[in-house]
Design a protein around this ligand. Structure first.
Ligand SMILES: Nc1nc2c(c(=O)[nH]1)N[C@H]1C(S)=C(S)[C@@H](COP(=O)(O)O)O[C@H]1N2
Ligand SMILES: [Mo]
Length: 207
Protein backbone atom coordinates (compact mmCIF):
# COMPACT_ATOMS: atom_id res chain seq x y z
CA UNK A 1 0.00 0.00 0.00
CA UNK A 2 1.49 3.33 -1.03
CA UNK A 3 1.75 5.96 1.68
CA UNK A 4 0.39 8.63 -0.68
CA UNK A 5 -1.76 8.46 -3.78
CA UNK A 6 0.51 8.44 -6.84
CA UNK A 7 -1.26 11.41 -8.40
CA UNK A 8 -2.73 14.42 -6.73
CA UNK A 9 -6.10 15.49 -8.02
CA UNK A 10 -6.82 19.21 -7.93
CA UNK A 11 -9.71 19.06 -5.49
CA UNK A 12 -8.07 16.66 -3.07
CA UNK A 13 -6.40 19.22 -0.84
CA UNK A 14 -9.68 21.13 -0.39
CA UNK A 15 -11.71 18.00 0.41
CA UNK A 16 -9.61 16.37 3.09
CA UNK A 17 -12.57 15.16 5.15
CA UNK A 18 -13.92 13.33 2.10
CA UNK A 19 -10.51 11.87 1.47
CA UNK A 20 -10.37 10.65 5.06
CA UNK A 21 -13.85 9.22 4.84
CA UNK A 22 -12.80 6.72 2.21
CA UNK A 23 -10.01 5.56 4.52
CA UNK A 24 -12.42 4.79 7.37
CA UNK A 25 -14.03 1.33 7.24
CA UNK A 26 -17.76 0.94 7.94
CA UNK A 27 -18.74 1.46 11.58
CA UNK A 28 -15.42 3.12 12.50
CA UNK A 29 -14.67 6.67 13.71
CA UNK A 30 -11.41 8.60 13.77
CA UNK A 31 -9.39 9.23 16.90
CA UNK A 32 -6.29 11.39 17.30
CA UNK A 33 -5.12 9.89 20.61
CA UNK A 34 -3.82 6.32 20.82
CA UNK A 35 -6.18 4.21 22.96
CA UNK A 36 -4.72 1.28 24.91
CA UNK A 37 -6.57 -2.02 24.65
CA UNK A 38 -5.11 -4.88 26.64
CA UNK A 39 -6.80 -8.06 27.81
CA UNK A 40 -4.52 -8.21 30.87
CA UNK A 41 -1.72 -6.37 32.64
CA UNK A 42 1.33 -5.05 30.81
CA UNK A 43 3.96 -7.79 31.17
CA UNK A 44 7.35 -7.08 32.72
CA UNK A 45 10.02 -7.85 30.15
CA UNK A 46 13.78 -8.09 30.71
CA UNK A 47 15.51 -7.09 27.45
CA UNK A 48 18.64 -9.05 28.34
CA UNK A 49 16.54 -12.24 28.40
CA UNK A 50 14.15 -11.31 25.57
CA UNK A 51 14.17 -13.68 22.58
CA UNK A 52 12.07 -13.53 19.44
CA UNK A 53 11.53 -16.74 17.49
CA UNK A 54 10.04 -18.13 14.32
CA UNK A 55 8.67 -21.59 15.00
CA UNK A 56 7.02 -24.45 13.20
CA UNK A 57 4.70 -26.56 15.34
CA UNK A 58 6.42 -25.10 18.37
CA UNK A 59 9.90 -26.07 17.23
CA UNK A 60 12.31 -23.13 16.93
CA UNK A 61 13.38 -22.42 13.34
CA UNK A 62 15.31 -19.25 14.19
CA UNK A 63 15.72 -17.13 17.29
CA UNK A 64 17.10 -13.63 17.83
CA UNK A 65 18.09 -11.77 20.96
CA UNK A 66 17.44 -8.03 21.19
CA UNK A 67 20.78 -7.04 19.67
CA UNK A 68 20.45 -9.53 16.82
CA UNK A 69 16.87 -8.49 16.17
CA UNK A 70 17.87 -4.86 15.84
CA UNK A 71 20.60 -5.79 13.37
CA UNK A 72 17.97 -7.15 10.94
CA UNK A 73 16.87 -4.96 8.00
CA UNK A 74 14.62 -2.15 9.25
CA UNK A 75 11.56 -0.84 7.41
CA UNK A 76 9.56 2.37 7.96
CA UNK A 77 5.82 2.38 7.54
CA UNK A 78 2.97 4.88 7.67
CA UNK A 79 -0.33 3.06 8.00
CA UNK A 80 -3.96 3.46 9.07
CA UNK A 81 -5.07 1.19 11.91
CA UNK A 82 -8.57 0.02 12.86
CA UNK A 83 -9.64 -1.41 16.22
CA UNK A 84 -12.73 -3.60 16.47
CA UNK A 85 -14.00 -1.34 19.31
CA UNK A 86 -14.64 1.17 16.42
CA UNK A 87 -11.69 3.58 16.58
CA UNK A 88 -9.46 4.14 13.60
CA UNK A 89 -6.23 6.11 13.53
CA UNK A 90 -4.67 7.42 10.31
CA UNK A 91 -1.02 7.67 9.30
CA UNK A 92 0.54 5.89 12.27
CA UNK A 93 4.31 5.54 11.84
CA UNK A 94 6.16 2.35 12.68
CA UNK A 95 9.68 1.04 12.27
CA UNK A 96 10.61 -2.59 12.54
CA UNK A 97 11.37 -5.79 10.69
CA UNK A 98 8.90 -7.04 8.10
CA UNK A 99 7.86 -10.67 8.41
CA UNK A 100 9.31 -11.15 4.91
CA UNK A 101 12.71 -10.06 6.21
CA UNK A 102 12.37 -12.32 9.26
CA UNK A 103 11.63 -15.28 7.00
CA UNK A 104 14.57 -14.37 4.77
CA UNK A 105 16.88 -14.09 7.78
CA UNK A 106 15.75 -17.57 8.78
CA UNK A 107 16.65 -18.87 5.32
CA UNK A 108 13.03 -19.17 4.22
CA UNK A 109 11.64 -17.63 1.05
CA UNK A 110 8.06 -17.99 2.24
CA UNK A 111 6.12 -19.10 5.32
CA UNK A 112 6.83 -22.79 6.06
CA UNK A 113 3.17 -23.61 6.74
CA UNK A 114 -0.20 -22.08 5.78
CA UNK A 115 -1.31 -20.83 9.23
CA UNK A 116 0.38 -18.94 12.01
CA UNK A 117 -0.26 -18.34 15.70
CA UNK A 118 1.20 -15.23 17.33
CA UNK A 119 2.39 -15.73 20.92
CA UNK A 120 2.90 -12.84 23.31
CA UNK A 121 4.40 -12.42 26.76
CA UNK A 122 1.53 -12.81 29.22
CA UNK A 123 -0.12 -15.55 27.16
CA UNK A 124 -2.09 -13.58 24.55
CA UNK A 125 -2.42 -15.36 21.22
CA UNK A 126 -3.99 -14.53 17.87
CA UNK A 127 -4.14 -16.50 14.63
CA UNK A 128 -3.93 -15.73 10.93
CA UNK A 129 -3.32 -17.34 7.58
CA UNK A 130 0.44 -17.05 6.91
CA UNK A 131 -0.32 -15.22 3.65
CA UNK A 132 -1.54 -12.25 5.70
CA UNK A 133 1.90 -11.78 7.24
CA UNK A 134 3.93 -12.16 4.04
CA UNK A 135 4.16 -10.02 0.91
CA UNK A 136 4.75 -6.75 2.77
CA UNK A 137 1.60 -7.03 4.89
CA UNK A 138 3.05 -7.24 8.41
CA UNK A 139 6.00 -6.13 10.50
CA UNK A 140 7.34 -6.71 13.99
CA UNK A 141 7.66 -3.09 15.10
CA UNK A 142 10.03 -1.75 17.74
CA UNK A 143 9.49 2.00 17.17
CA UNK A 144 6.30 4.05 17.07
CA UNK A 145 6.56 7.64 15.85
CA UNK A 146 10.34 7.36 16.05
CA UNK A 147 10.47 6.22 19.68
CA UNK A 148 10.56 2.84 21.42
CA UNK A 149 7.04 1.50 21.93
CA UNK A 150 5.36 2.54 25.18
CA UNK A 151 5.14 -0.46 27.56
CA UNK A 152 1.32 -0.57 27.28
CA UNK A 153 1.53 -0.45 23.46
CA UNK A 154 3.71 -3.56 23.30
CA UNK A 155 7.32 -2.72 24.22
CA UNK A 156 9.78 -3.99 23.17
CA UNK A 157 8.18 -5.41 20.00
CA UNK A 158 4.71 -5.92 18.60
CA UNK A 159 3.16 -7.19 15.43
CA UNK A 160 1.60 -4.59 13.11
CA UNK A 161 -0.77 -6.05 10.55
CA UNK A 162 -2.75 -2.96 9.59
CA UNK A 163 -5.08 -4.44 6.97
CA UNK A 164 -6.93 -6.38 9.71
CA UNK A 165 -8.60 -5.28 12.97
CA UNK A 166 -5.91 -4.34 15.42
CA UNK A 167 -6.46 -7.26 17.83
CA UNK A 168 -4.45 -9.27 15.27
CA UNK A 169 -1.48 -6.94 15.97
CA UNK A 170 -0.17 -8.80 19.00
CA UNK A 171 1.68 -6.65 21.55
CA UNK A 172 4.72 -7.96 23.47
CA UNK A 173 5.20 -10.44 20.66
CA UNK A 174 7.65 -13.29 21.31
CA UNK A 175 6.99 -15.87 18.61
CA UNK A 176 5.31 -16.63 15.31
CA UNK A 177 4.43 -20.33 15.26
CA UNK A 178 3.66 -21.65 11.78
CA UNK A 179 1.06 -24.42 11.75
CA UNK A 180 -0.33 -26.87 9.19
CA UNK A 181 -3.90 -26.16 10.33
CA UNK A 182 -5.79 -23.16 11.61
CA UNK A 183 -6.22 -22.75 15.38
CA UNK A 184 -7.94 -19.95 17.23
CA UNK A 185 -6.29 -17.36 19.43
CA UNK A 186 -7.51 -15.53 22.52
CA UNK A 187 -10.24 -13.29 21.05
CA UNK A 188 -11.09 -15.71 18.26
CA UNK A 189 -12.00 -18.39 20.84
CA UNK A 190 -14.20 -15.84 22.59
CA UNK A 191 -16.34 -15.22 19.51
CA UNK A 192 -14.43 -12.64 17.51
CA UNK A 193 -14.12 -13.24 13.79
CA UNK A 194 -11.43 -15.69 12.70
CA UNK A 195 -10.06 -13.24 10.07
CA UNK A 196 -11.14 -9.70 10.99
CA UNK A 197 -11.18 -7.67 7.77
CA UNK A 198 -12.37 -4.16 8.77
CA UNK A 199 -13.57 -3.37 5.23
CA UNK A 200 -15.90 -6.39 5.41
CA UNK A 201 -16.78 -5.50 9.03
CA UNK A 202 -15.77 -8.97 10.21
CA UNK A 203 -16.02 -8.25 13.93
CA UNK A 204 -17.66 -11.40 15.30
CA UNK A 205 -18.16 -15.01 14.24
CA UNK A 206 -20.75 -15.04 11.48
CA UNK A 207 -20.11 -11.45 10.27
N1 LIG B 1 -0.49 -9.21 23.77
C1 LIG B 1 -1.60 -8.51 23.47
N2 LIG B 1 -1.70 -7.96 22.26
C2 LIG B 1 -2.79 -7.25 21.93
C3 LIG B 1 -3.87 -7.10 22.83
C4 LIG B 1 -3.74 -7.71 24.10
O1 LIG B 1 -4.63 -7.64 24.94
N3 LIG B 1 -2.58 -8.40 24.39
N4 LIG B 1 -5.00 -6.37 22.46
C5 LIG B 1 -5.25 -6.26 21.03
C6 LIG B 1 -6.28 -5.29 20.70
S1 LIG B 1 -7.89 -5.72 20.94
C7 LIG B 1 -5.99 -4.12 20.10
S2 LIG B 1 -7.18 -3.05 19.52
C8 LIG B 1 -4.60 -3.66 20.01
C9 LIG B 1 -4.49 -2.40 20.79
O2 LIG B 1 -3.19 -1.91 20.71
P1 LIG B 1 -2.86 -0.60 21.52
O3 LIG B 1 -3.17 -0.91 22.96
O4 LIG B 1 -1.45 -0.34 21.23
O5 LIG B 1 -3.80 0.43 20.98
O6 LIG B 1 -3.66 -4.59 20.51
C10 LIG B 1 -3.98 -5.92 20.27
N5 LIG B 1 -2.87 -6.69 20.71
MO1 LIG C 1 -9.11 -4.12 19.63
Amino acid sequence: MADQPPISRGFRAKSRPAEHRDRIPPGQHLVSDFPVLSAGPTPQIDLTRWRFSLRENGKILQEWNWEEFNALPQTDWKRDIHCVTTWSKLDTRWRGVTVDDLLRAAGLGKPPAPYVMMHSAGGYTTNLPSADLAGGKAMVATLYEGKPLEPEHGWPARLVVPHLYFWKSAKWLLALDFLPENRQGFWEELGYHDYGDPWQEQRYVGD
